[in-house]
Design a protein around this ligand. Structure first.
Ligand SMILES: NC(=O)c1ccc[n+]([C@@H]2O[C@H](COP(=O)([O-])OP(=O)(O)OC[C@H]3O[C@@H](n4cnc5c(N)ncnc54)[C@H](OP(=O)(O)O)[C@@H]3O)[C@@H](O)[C@H]2O)c1
Length: 261
């Protein structure tokens, strides 16, 4: 199908510039995160100031990712376009869980996080949520249901679904661990943990790559780049930590990508 049948409107220059600048910022962020671990969970050195419970930290910092795109969707009456409605539902499938269900699945003894980190996460979600809302609903790249017949949409949906399934399965396995052995970390088993230390991060990255494909938007691409920038260094840090803490840690397990890294 020719792209002009599914591509509409012109995006303002400022939005394009802002989005590419945001995408480019992922690279220096990844470099910093190779030297400084984001200070939460096992990598919190305790020197980043006041703390907030993990539950309320996740709830507060992730909520803008639900609310901001919803405002944009409602603003433009997005339900009147089937494509926008489908994008909105796919986005919320992930984010309603992450922002409003996941925090209540954490045990009360989950490591608290620095307020500063929560504020950084909140700022990230405000920017990212605004970009997704702007590109999907306010200045849409795609607003014809002809897009549902495009290979990018179909492939993106499969990749997104695969990523979500891997992420959910791995999160479920991790969240069971503190209930089995309260107050201590243990070696996760089963699912993709057979091959990698951080399948939840692998699922997250795969999922947002799928999102970039299925929405075919610079905002989707920028989010996938930021997810890689955040989670590749963190998976390496988690993997090294496991290897140091557990002498019996499975030697063949990689950090993030089975058999490779
Ligand atoms: N898109 C992005 O850029 C991005 C960025 C960060 C996170 N995320 C997503 O957010 C979710 C949570 O991320 P996270 O960094 O908190 O993941 P994580 O470090 O794997 O931890 C997830 C939960 O499991 C617990 N846990 C992990 N390993 C454990 C073990 N070996 N033994 C006992 N408990 C263990 C953690 O407790 P503690 O907190 O006490 O360690 C935490 O409550 C993930 O699905 C991730 O993909 C996305």
């Amino acid at each position: 199908m020719p792209p002009e049948t599914i591509t509409v409107g012109m995006r303002p220059d400022w939005l394009l510039t802002l989005t590419w600048a945001w995408l480019a910022l992922a690279l220096p962020t990844a470099c910093c995160l190779c030297f400084i671990n984001a200070p939460y969970g096992r990598h919190n050195p305790g020197t980043w100031g006041p703390l907030i419970s993990a539950r309320y930290g996740w709830l507060l910092m992730e909520s803008p990712a639900v609310i901001v795109p919803t405002c944009a969707f409602v603003w433009v009456h997005g339900w009147e376009s089937t494509v926008m409605l489908v994008f909105f539902l796919i986005w919320q499938l992930h984010y309603v869980h992450r922002a409003w269900i996941y925090p209540f699945r954490l045990t009360r003894i989950s490591s608290p996080m620095p307020v500063l980190l929560m504020l950084m996460g909140l700022a990230f979600n405000l920017i990212n949520g605004s970009l997704q809302g702007a590109w999907l609903f306010i200045h849409p790249t795609i607003d014809s249901s002809a897009w549902f017949g495009d290979w990018r949409f179909a492939t993106g949906c499969v990749v997104f679904g695969l990523g979500l399934a891997i992420n959910m399965d791995s999160c479920n396995r991790l969240l069971r661990l503190p209930r089995e052995k309260p107050g201590e970390y243990s070696i996760p088993h089963g699912g993709l943990f057979r091959w990698v230390s951080c399948p939840n991060y692998l699922g997250e990255i795969v999922g947002w790559l799928g999102w970039a494909l299925l929405t075919w938007s610079p905002a989707g691409l920028a989010f996938a780049a930021w997810t890689i920038a955040n989670l590749v260094p963190r998976s390496r840090a988690h993997h090294s930590w496991y290897c140091e803490q557990f002498p019996d840690y499975p030697a063949k397990r990689k950090a993030l990508v089975p058999g490779i890294f």
